[in-house]
Design a protein around this ligand. Sequence first.
Ligand SMILES: C[S@@+](CC[C@H](N)C(=O)[O-])C[C@H]1O[C@@H](n2cnc3c(N)ncnc32)[C@H](O)[C@@H]1O
Length: 304
Amino acid sequence: MEALITDLLKGARGCVVQADNLAVLAELPDGSVDLIYVDPPFNTGKRQTLQRMRTVRDENGDRTGYQGHRYRTVRLGTTGYLDVFDNYLDFLEPRLVQFHRVLRTTGSLYFHIDYREAHYCKVLLDAIFGRACFLNEVIWAYDYGARTTKKWPAKHDNILVYVKSTDDYYFDADAVERIPYMAPGLVGPEKAARGKLPTDTWWHTIVSPGGEERTGYPNQKPLGILRRIVSASCPPGALVADFFAGSGSTGAASYELGRKFLMVDNNPEAAAVMARRYAAYAEVAFVGMGAEPDNGPERLAGGR
Ligand SMILES: C[S@@+](CC[C@H](N)C(=O)[O-])C[C@H]1O[C@@H](n2cnc3c(N)ncnc32)[C@H](O)[C@@H]1O
């Protein structure tokens, strides 16, 4: 697999591999990846699923819709992956060790996790990368879904950012799209027009269940989050890898921004979603895939 991936990445703009990420990591050369973003299963103890549904016209249907016709909803099936681990940290550790090995000396790891596991993962990552190489904890705050009244509703994820070396890591703040000031009147027209650099707290909506961007894969991450990460932490033309790729948002953002990508996922459903999502891209190779591109998300319900 090493030769295949290396050859593909020399010529191709992107590569999707359907396989266990540990097997792929073991074959990658030392220092060959510029940026790793990963969003592993969060150890929720459940199967993560999205229901795929379609609304069809049926005069005996249960609701009234367009032009007063009756409609009913047909369940098309579910897309998902298992998020149950006997020992989550034992699962992660060998993979994190490999992430460190395959990163270039200027490279960064963005490790996306939730508040229930973030502190355990931070201790593990400190041991592997070194505490000094911990660069940031980015808080991605969103505002969607039901709100419990039994505690503060949890509406954020944590992204732990590590660099391989504190001396010469790549970080281009100028390449990051700027955001509006909260009080533009206080900073003057020139600054207000330019906007400000985001801090380590990122307000960004989730992928809208009814929006263009959705793929039908559970826990799909927004392109806006990935664009920011790729712009700041991967040089143009260099290689971004995601070893828990899911719907392939990381590859989509990388391609759009002129970076190469390597996407790995062991779930054939993820591979099928990526095959569909990348169908119009030039020079993308698919390795170890039996799956056909899937037919798209239809209408979605459920998710994390
Ligand atoms: C939270 S999802 C990733 C979602 C992704 N960030 C997106 O935007 O669509 C986690 C993914 O990790 C994959 N996965 C879990 N264990 C894996 C393994 N050992 N090797 C490769 N992929 C794995 C699952 O199939 C799932 O697609």
